[in-house]
Design a protein around this ligand. Structure first.
Ligand SMILES: [Zn+2]
Length: 195
C-alpha cells in the first residue's frame, strides 16, 4: 500500500510536500463540537453565520480526476461534548499542514455529557467494567455541568496549550440544537507571547 503514502514516494521531499499541502485547502477555522447527531448542523450553520467561511465546499480534482484539494475553510473536529482536550492533536496537524486562524469550541444545549456527573461515570465504569478511569482524563473534561464553565475551561485549555499557536484566535460558543442558533459566550482571545 506504499503508493498511497506520500512519504513513501520516490524522491519524497518533506518541505516541498508540506508546501503543496498548504495550497490544497484554504483552512481558516477548526470547529470542535459534539458527535451527537443532533449537533451535526454546526459547521454548516457556522459557515452561514461567518459568511467568509466555506463548508463543506467543493472537492478540487486534478486532470486525472484524483482528489487533490478542497475549497473548505472549516475543518470539523467531532468529539464527545465538543471538549477541547480531545482536539489538540488535530489542531496541531491542521496548523502544520494548512495554517490556521481560528478555533471555535462549541458546546450544545441538552448535551448527553450534561446527563451524568464525572463521579457517576467513574463509579459506573468501576462497577460495570472493573476499570478505574480516575486518572485517565481529568474530571473537568468528562461531563458538562454548566455551559459557561465548560466553555471557559475549554478555551483556557486551548489557550494554555503549546499545541495552539499564539496568533490563533479562540472562540467559545453555545449551539441551540432546536433553534440552530449560536450564542457567542467567549469572544476571541489571543495569547500574548511571553518572550
Ligand atoms: Zn453532545
Amino acid at each position: 500500500m506504499d503508493r498511497f503514502v506520500y512519504s513513501r514516494q520516490p524522491g519524497y521531499d518533506e518541505a516541498a510536500t508540506r508546501a503543496a499541502f498548504a495550497g490544497a485547502v484554504p483552512l481558516k477555522t477548526i470547529v470542535i463540537y459534539c458527535y451527537d447527531p443532533r449537533a451535526a448542523a454546526i459547521p454548516v450553520e457556522l459557515a452561514k453565520l461567518w459568511v467568509d467561511e466555506t463548508y463543506p465546499g467543493d472537492l478540487i480534482l486534478d486532470e486525472h480526476g484524483k482528489k487533490v484539494g478542497s475549497t473548505a475553510t472549516i475543518f470539523p473536529v467531532v468529539v464527545a461534548g465538543g471538549r477541547a482536550t480531545d482536539a489538540l492533536r488535530s489542531i496541531t496537524i491542521g496548523h502544520h499542514l494548512f495554517g490556521l486562524q481560528n478555533v471555535v469550541v462549541v458546546h450544545h444545549t441538552n448535551c448527553g455529557t450534561s446527563s451524568f456527573t464525572p463521579q457517576g461515570l467513574l463509579d459506573a465504569y468501576r462497577a460495570e467494567q472493573g476499570s478505574d478511569l480516575s486518572d485517565t482524563y481529568g474530571s473537568d473534561n468528562l461531563a458538562i455541568g454548566h455551559l459557561e464553565t465548560s466553555l471557559s475551561h475549554d478555551v483556557d485549555v486551548l489557550r494554555r496549550s503549546p499545541a495552539v499557536p499564539a496568533v490563533v484566535k479562540i472562540f467559545g460558543m453555545v449551539f441551540d440544537i432546536d433553534r440552530n442558533e449560536f450564542t457567542l459566550l467567549i469572544p476571541h482571545t489571543t495569547r500574548q507571547r511571553e518572550d
